[in-house]
Design a protein around this ligand. Structure first.
Ligand code: N01
Length: 874
């Protein structure tokens, strides 16, 4: 694609001289991202120019020269992997390198690969226009030049545009003022000065101990205390270096396929599965590791379960209290308004100890807010301070700031700022619809700031390079994500954020630090590994969700990547890694054992008031039941619950977390009733037992603490089949009265040709083969369309109890559930259908594991409350 201009006559030469310079690609920024992008494009034979507003390379590490600035991901990890020779040549002097050393490193890389020759320094890109006719970008820089390019890449970093400090009186101060993110090259001498630092984020926490060493007086103005702990910096740990040196590529590959871009395992166990003693021992070990990511590697639910996270918070608060001698200052430094990790935590070198120095003071702005900055210092509501220097460590307009601050206009003149006015909308955080051939390295909705940035940068650069190479090979000129793909990705990133604790904090991750910025979670949360997998899959599926055009033709394989809820996808991957044999290849005994073993590992569900085991008379002998009673004063309405398991597996306790959850949320007694299982007792034993049990429960409600006449039925899967059939039997028998039926992914028919059987027949735990195995054990072919086996086939569905039918998108039984809801409604029954997006057959009952199912579980409980006339609980 390189542009070759042949010079001819004088006239032609003059005309050419007035034309804008043209390159295949314009890159903006010369930090970690820009430098590698230039290198990659050059390797691939594309012509490239980069614009950089600074006078040298470095990006973040050029601007953030404040005292104490250093990385907080270990240097071995926080370095490029693309050049094996560089990895051998460059030796870091410290575990966490200082800003000057990282800047030297980037300078070294630029020299080694002669990258500066393609960078125009001290040049800022002001605006960019997509020229539809030429199918090129026109880039306008502050030196008055225009540059034409086919592809435009913003490598401008996530934390590069300082937020204007929103402090009253900002600008009035006549002394020296500095902003950490724009620190003067020549440095600042604080010796003997009275200094104010505003902010207690990472920049402040790193700089405060060093400033305190020089200043005569230091006052720290804190609005929100942050979680920090010692970095235990020192030389590069020998063990880590040995592991890296032994197999650099293997080490890097592990990082690429890890959760955060640093070799580590995802934790499997949950906080409350271990004793308090063990938990504290693990927290202590993490504390002593000096590893920023340590608390994310202990328990699987630290980022999602508030009670679990609170145990980390309190552990760290106690550490602060143990270091800071003045109890009032210590308490003010203890974060109490956000969960650990929901605002970026820090690691430090002597931060809390600094507050024990006699000349260092903390002002808690929550108690004594700013009144104004004055010409000589700062006034709070209760005091007046005089300073020689004010340091603003007040943060950045993160993730989107650098992108929307350039006037970028895509198709039809739409600006990026307009398009993102309610929050960024991207596909993979790499591109955005309406802005063809425009790429963002570590853009919003990619892992970026939640990962080791260097790993995420390399992945994006590699992806973009491969994409451009593919386009050249296919003679394609234009690439743009489709609206469908983009909407799907935005949804997917939101789904991830919504099951985490992140949205609860006022953080820059949420855009909450900049007044007026939309409150939207900005990065991608599900991990570097899952993200890389999605990006790779997009390519493997013929660039799913991208539209291409050019001399090679127009093409588009439209669609959505990552349609499963993020936690469901993790669950499926975990199952796949376990490599368990499919249930249908086992004997019934083996399958039952497998299920018992699997159930033993799960969280139990919420506490209920009481659990009572008993027996009741079934159709052919006693049946076990387990009654779950709410903690609220009774009597309560009752629900007869039938467990899942394909009529073959399970028992009164096999759906225990679901029963507990329904009990707590609906304030009803849930009675999980067993029934005879196949193949020992085949059709219609299960439904006859179900009906006998419901009759008995209706008759004995008062004895059990229930309210007579207030009885609903509920069941999951085969249990949903039993619940539905029992309602028909009760109607036909003239009683008992059932107030409502709650059917969770029920079996309502036998027809494996339905689209959901075909689409979801494999890969989503309940397979078509397993369903056939269940049916084979349960009912003869001849009986499978009997309405007592297939309630959907009943001739008359009128007069049945009110219903909620819950179906899951990736479930073979989805369509028969939906068909039943529809048929009930057609027959005049008050029936509602709740389709659950991105869920599988087995995910909704996984209380405390599949958090994305919580909304459906709440709706189920709400339906029970409605059926039974219980006022809204909780
Ligand atoms: O910025 P921040 P930062 N009145 O936004 C306070 C990365 N980084 O430059 O929390 C009073 O975190 C604000 O208070 P509040 C890292 O990802 C990495 O420190 O909004 N206070 C907060 O305390 C980091 O997260 C390293 O209530 C005001 C502080 O200023 C990100 O960069 C080092 C205020 C801003 O903290 C940003 O860090 C440095 C006001 N009007 C940075 N406005 C490494 O170690 C703001 N604040 C690699």
């Amino acid at each position: 694609m390189s542009t070759h201009i042949e010079t001819g006559s004088t006239l032609e030469r003059e005309e050419l001289a007035s034309r804008p310079a043209e390159f295949d690609v314009v890159v903006v920024g010369a930090g970690f991202a820009g430098l590698y992008m230039i290198y990659k494009l050059r390797q691939l034979g594309f012509s490239v120019i980069a614009f950089e507003s600074a006078d040298d390379v470095g990006g973040t590490w050029y601007w953030n020269r404040y005292p104490g600035a250093r990385c907080d991901i270990e240097s071995i990890d926080y370095s490029y992997s693309f050049d094996p020779e560089l990895q051998r040549e460059w030796q870091w002097s410290e575990r966490y390198a200082t800003q000057p050393e990282i800047l030297r490193y980037l300078g070294y890389v630029a020299d080694k690969h002669d990258l500066r020759r393609d960078i125009r320094f001290s040049t800022r890109v002001d605006s960019a226009r997509w020229d539809e006719e030429q199918r090129k970008w026109r880039i306008f820089t502050d030196d008055g030049e225009e540059t034409l390019c086919r592809f435009y890449v913003m490598a401008t970093g996530c934390l590069s545009v300082p937020k204007t400090p929103d402090v009253p009186g900002y600008g009035r101060f006549k002394g020296e003022s500095y902003y950490t993110g724009r620190w003067p090259k020549e440095g600042v001498d604080f010796t003997g000065k009275r200094v104010a630092v505003i902010g207690t984020g990472s920049s402040a926490i790193q700089s405060i101990p060093i400033i305190a060493q020089q200043a005569a007086e230091l006052v720290v103005f804190q609005r929100t205390p942050n979680y920090s702990r010692p970095a235990f910096n020192g030389s590069v740990p020998a063990e880590k270096k040995a592991a890296f040196d032994a197999d650099p590529e293997g080490y890097r590959e592990k990082a690429r396929w890890s959760f955060a871009g640093v070799p580590m395992e995802r934790p499997m166990i949950r906080t409350f599965q271990v004793s308090e003693e063990e938990r504290l021992a693990r927290y202590e070990e993490a504390y002593n590791s000096g590893d920023l990511l340590a608390y994310g590697q202990i328990f699987a639910d630290a980022g999602t379960n508030p009670e679990a996270n609170e145990t980390i918070c309190e552990f760290l608060r106690n550490k602060i209290r143990s270091v800071v001698r003045d109890p009032e200052t210590a308490e003010a430094l203890c974060p109490k308004d956000h969960y650990y990790g929901t605002k970026r935590p820090c690691i430090d070198s002597g931060y809390y100890e600094t507050f024990n120095l006699p000349h260092v003071k903390l002002v808690d702005l929550r108690k004594d807010p700013f009144r104004t900055i004055t010409e000589t210092g700062i006034d709070t509501q209760s005091r007046s301070f005089t300073f020689d220097v004010i340091v603003f460590a007040t943060g950045f307009d993160a993730m989107t700031g650098a992108l929307v601050s350039v006037d970028i206009r895509g198709r039809d003149g739409l600006t990026l700022a307009e398009k993102w006015s309610e929050g960024p909308k991207t596909y993979l955080g790499l591109m955005t619809t309406g802005f063809p051939n425009f790429f963002t390295i570590t853009g919003p909705q990619s892992p970026s700031v939640l990962s080791n940035m260097v790993v995420s940068i390399e992945q994006h650069v590699d992806w973009i390079g491969a994409c451009l190479d593919h386009m050249r090979e296919q003679r394609l000129e234009v690439i743009e994500p489709t609206p469908v793909a983009e909407a799907g990705w935005v949804q997917h990133t939101e789904d991830g954020a919504n099951i985490s604790l992140f949205p609860r904090a006022n953080s820059w991750y949420m855009g909450a630090n900049v007044p007026g910025k939309p409150r939207v979670f900005l990065p991608y949360i599900a991990g570097v590994d899952r993200y890389r997998k999605a990006c790779d899959e997009v390519v493997q599926r013929g660039y799913l969700g991208f539209a291409f055009d050019g001399p090679g033709g127009a093409r588009c394989n439209d669609g959505v990547i990552c349609r499963l809820q993020p936690d469901v996808a993790v669950l499926l991957d975990t199952f796949a890694e376990l490599g368990l044999p499919p249930l249908e290849t086992l004997s019934v005994e083996e399958a039952r054992r497998e299920m018992v073993n699997a159930n033993a590992m799960r969280p139990p569900g919420p506490e209920v008031g009481e659990m009572v085991d008993g027996t009741l008379p079934g159709a052919a002998g006693p049946l076990a039941y387990r009654l779950y009673r709410p903690a609220t004063p009774g009597p309560h309405p009752m629900v007869a619950y039938f467990h899942g398991g394909g009529w073959v597996l399970g028992g009164v306790d096999s759906d225990e977390p679901m029963c507990r959850d329904l009990c707590v949320r609906s304030s009803a007694i849930i009675v999980s009733v067993d029934y005879r299982h196949a193949p020992e007792a085949r059709f219609p034993a299960a439904v006859e037992d179900g009906f006998a049990a419901v009759r008995w429960l209706a008759e004995h409600a008062a004895e059990l603490g229930g309210i007579p006449g207030k009885l609903a039925v509920c069941g999951w899967s085969a249990g949903g089949n039993i619940a539905a059939v029992v309602c028909q039997m009760a109607r036909d028998a003239g009683g008992p009265k059932i107030a409502g039926q709650l059917l969770l992914t029920p079996v309502t028919d036998w027809d494996p040709t339905r689209p959901s059987y075909v689409e979801n027949g494999e890969g989503y735990v309940l397979t078509a083969a397993l369903m056939r195995w269940f049916w084979d054990h349960y009912a003869d072919e001849a009986d499978r369309h009997d309405p007592k086996a297939a309630p959907l086939r009943a001739r008359d569905l009128s007069g049945l109890p009110r219903a909620l039918v819950v179906t899951c998108e990736f479930d073979p039984l989805r369509d028969e559930g939906a068909a039943y809801a529809e048929a009930l409604a057609r027959a005049g029954v008050d029936a509602r259908h709740l389709p659950c997006r991105g869920q599988i057959h087995t995910s909704i009952p996984m209380v405390d594991v599949i958090l994305s199912g919580a909304g459906a579980r709440e709706e189920m409980a709400a339906a029970l409350r409605r059926f039974l006339g219980v006022p809204a609980a909780r």
